[in-house]
Each structure stands twice: as C-alpha cells, then as structure tokens.
Design a protein around this ligand. Structure first.
Ligand code: 5GP
Length: 188
C-alpha cells in the first residue's frame, strides 16, 4: 500500500502521546479513492477465507468497512458507542478509549451477529488494542467466529498486535508505524 504510506508521510501529523492525525484523508475529511484501495487490499488479504460478514466500530471504521464489504459482496455491521433504546438483544462490552482517555460501552445487537457468522473486523487504527479486544469479546458473546482483523494503520510501538495475537487473532495492517517520537513519522 504505497499510496497509503505516501499519504501518511505527506499529510499525517503527529501529536504528543503517540497520536497520529490523519484528519485530511481518514478521520474527518475522507479520500474515497484511497478508501477504495484500502478495501481492495483487505479483500485481497482475506478473500480466500470463509468470512461472511464485515464488522467495525463507529465512526471511523465505517468507511473502510463498507468499501471492503462492497468489494467482497458481504454485509457490514458496526458496533455502536452508545446504546439507543430501540436496539434489541444487546451485547455489550467496555472499552478504554486511547484518544479520549476514558471508558465507554460498545454494543451490538445479537440480531446482526450470530453463531453462523465468520467475522472480519476492520478499523482505522490499532494502538493498544483495547477497542479490538472489546470486539473479540462481543464476537465471543455472539458465539460467532473471528476470521481476522484488518487495520488501516497500526502503531507498532503501542503493542496492540501482540495482545491480539496472544488471543489467537490474525492481524493484518496496511501501514505499520514504527515510531512517532520527536514528531517524526517512521513507517515500516
Ligand atoms: P486502541 O483501542 O487500539 O488503543 O485504539 C484504537 C482506537 O483509538 C481506534 O479505533 C482509533 O479510533 C483511536 N486511535 C488510536 N490511536 C490513534 C491515533 O494515533 N490517531 C487517531 N486518529 N486515532 C487513534
């Protein structure tokens, strides 16, 4: 994904505490051409598995997930960070937010994730892996099978991959940031 790496180096901005801002093409303004390439790459990496549903968490995971779902011709379901009263059969887990430094509930309806599902989870960032571990818990509660997890950007130095792999999860990241110290973006 040379296109993605080039874009991160050109337009990414780093902030105190190991935060990478990619607001001009992923997290605020979005680049649909780049998102399509991201979907193509996730489809390529997971195309020969038995995945039958794409899952993500609102909000920034939705764009890459819908592109991947479109290209793989699969339904897409997103976990929500608030629990509207109208959602039935709620499965819930707690996640610590890296960027907001607080805990929040993540929910999904068991109407849309069941023991028949083989799930590919797609998200924008993998940092410490807290959100992803919350998803592992939701998938387990639903009795579904987790085929793998795909991230647009992984910050390797925050070691989320290690935690996920210890749980037996297949992790695929399209760009791996080795280091952000001294506000210099080092990509693997
Ligand atoms: P984790 O749960 O792996 O620690 O963090 C993952 C979530 O936190 C991602 O879904 C993303 O929304 C947010 N996040 C973590 N690190 C960054 C970052 O450097 N930049 C941005 N924009 N979001 C991040």
């Amino acid at each position: 994904m040379q296109l993605l790496k080039k874009r991160i180096l050109e337009d990414g901005k780093c902030f105190e505490g190991g935060i990478l801002k990619v607001d001009s093409f992923i997290n605020h303004q979005m680049d649909p051409i780049l998102m399509k390439s991201i979907g193509v790459e996730f489809s390529r990496r997971f195309g020969c598995t038995n995945v039958n549903k794409i899952m993500t968490i609102e909000a920034s995971g939705i764009a890459p997930a819908i592109m991947t779902g479109y290209l793989m011709d699969l339904p897409v379901v997103f976990a929500k960070k608030k629990s509207p009263k109208t959602i039935q059969n709620v499965l819930s887990t707690k996640v610590r937010s890296f960027t907001k430094d607080r805990e929040y509930d993540v929910i999904i309806s068991s109407d849309f994730i069941t023991s028949d599902d083989n799930i590919l989870f797609v998200d924008d960032f993998l940092a410490y892996g807290n959100a992803a571990i919350g998803v592992v818990d939701l998938v387990k509660q639903a009795g579904a099978n987790l085929v793998g997890m795909g991230f647009i950007i992984e910050k390797e130095f925050q070691k989320g991959r290690q935690r996920l792999e210890e749980l037996g999860v297949r992790v695929e990241s399209l760009a791996i940031i080795e280091d952000l110290s001294h506000c210099e973006i080092k990509i693997k």
